[in-house]
Ligand binder design. Sequence first.
Ligand SMILES: [Zn+2]
Ligand SMILES: [Zn+2]
Length: 83
Amino acid sequence: MARLTIRVVGEHDDDDRTECTHKVTSVGKPKEAGCTGRTAYSARCSCGWRSAPMLRTLANEARDRHRRDHATKPTPAEAGAAR
Ligand SMILES: [Zn+2]
Ligand SMILES: [Zn+2]
């Protein structure tokens, strides 16, 4: 069974919703050069799935829901490999 990694990450408020790995203040203001600030969170899975940008608590819930989805149905990659 493929190992899935589902993470909740901070996002920049840019067109690509790039992941923010910078240090930010408690209100999401940037502390480092090159950071535009963290405006939202999303859950991201190694299967390619990604939630909409949302509050961190909601992203945690989306991550848990997605993990349950994987428990009940195989990923596309696994379905293809099973043949
Ligand atoms: Zn950043
Ligand atoms: Zn997934």
